[in-house]
Ligand binder design. Sequence first.
Ligand code: FAD
Length: 435
Amino acid sequence: MKSATMKFEPYWWDDAGEPTSPKEAPLPQDIDFVIVGAGLTGLSAARTLAKKGKAVLVLDAEAPGIGASSRNGGMIGGGHRMSIDDMEARFGKATALDLLTEAHLNATNFVKDLIAEEEIDCDFAETGRFRGLWHPSEYESSARGLERLQSLIPLEAEMVPKSRQRDEVNSDLYSGGIVFPRHGGLNPAKWVQGILNAAQRAGALVQGHTPVTSVQQADAGVVIDTPRGRVRAGEVLVATNGYTPSHLSTLKRRIVPIPSFIVVTEPLGENRIKDLLPGGRMVAESRERHCYYRASPDGTRLVFGGRAALFNAPESIAQSELRGLMTQIFPELKGVGFSHSWRGRTGFTFDFLPHVGKEDGVWHAMGYSGSGNAMAPYLGHKAALLMAGDRDGETAFTKTGFPNRWWHRGSPWFLPFADVVFRARDVWSNAGRSK
Ligand SMILES: Cc1cc2nc3c(=O)[nH]c(=O)nc-3n(C[C@H](O)[C@H](O)[C@H](O)COP(=O)(O)OP(=O)(O)OC[C@H]3O[C@@H](n4cnc5c(N)ncnc54)[C@H](O)[C@@H]3O)c2cc1C
């Protein structure tokens, strides 16, 4: 059911305002650092460099923040999609431990400090997150996985058996879950705007509607072309994640831009939302559809996201898929209207890890695989320190390689086919639950 005044832009913009570009200023011809992409990654990198007294220019093709950063689900916390065994086998125990520590602890601590230090008003609340387990068999394996993780790093988390699940989510759909009490929620549009303001206060020059059309290595540094002229820089960081343009082909080949879709219900009232989410937590699922949902910051609506399709599906399909998933979890929401519906591009990698590094004279920080509210500002900061030659920039995310596949040449032609496989796996997985 569509509401009469449905908006096809992020709910977050109602409160934060639609992202807009800072006032146009002349572009410098020479500068120490240029950052391509003004989302959480690029703006955090700019803030760090500017705070170190470096001259830094951030360029975005559109308004700063208008990519995934202002249109995401607003859930913030740490974690990895790769198993500990896989990590240890691929990168060795020491690097695996560093990856776990950085993703689960350091990134979240960094962003909490950043919010406090810059006094960013972004409706941040440490609500905790409930991860709902899809298959009954996942409960025991997740409990063993969590025990192992907690033997390696001091992560606060606890298993919630199915018998206590309704304390968190008023649904029987899951087979229990895991609570991460230190995760939280925020308004992502205010979050990215807050980092933009902090970067500008520190002295960074941020310019929107200035697409970078080529980046080339030069004798000393790099040359960046834009429709507004050429800029020479000592170092350049590409921070375009799921929006990486074709001309940056080495990076584009390593990123799979998978869309994620979100709808928001009409106001349902605080009591009804509390009834759906008694724990007041952010919720994410372990199933392939990866539904994620939460209360709006004012506690009156349900914000519901998920992988409605792996390609840029028409609006009607996206909404009907999300409605089906939402009412599977909460049948009582059948017939509830949506006030907002939108989408954005996540940047997945072939190993589901983000990557930081420098190749052919160009730095990159990207590949958050759907979880960037903490990792993107954290790795943007790390990349900035590395670019400035600061040893504090050391991060395990430079040590994992940045895999590509011969069949991904840049354009994600394979996503509609992957969507068919993904749907078949979904059906199979649902059937497996009832066995
Ligand atoms: C619908 C959705 C829901 C999500 N939910 C969550 C969540 O709940 N929690 C979480 O942690 N993460 C979530 N994510 C992921 C998170 O939003 C991203 O990982 C994060 O925002 C990435 O930030 P970024 O700065 O690297 O990229 P982006 O914010 O995508 O910024 C990239 C920028 O590059 C610019 N650009 C592209 N080409 C050029 C060019 N040629 N020249 C200049 N600029 C260019 C774009 O205009 C864009 O502004 C979600 C993502 C989506 C799409």
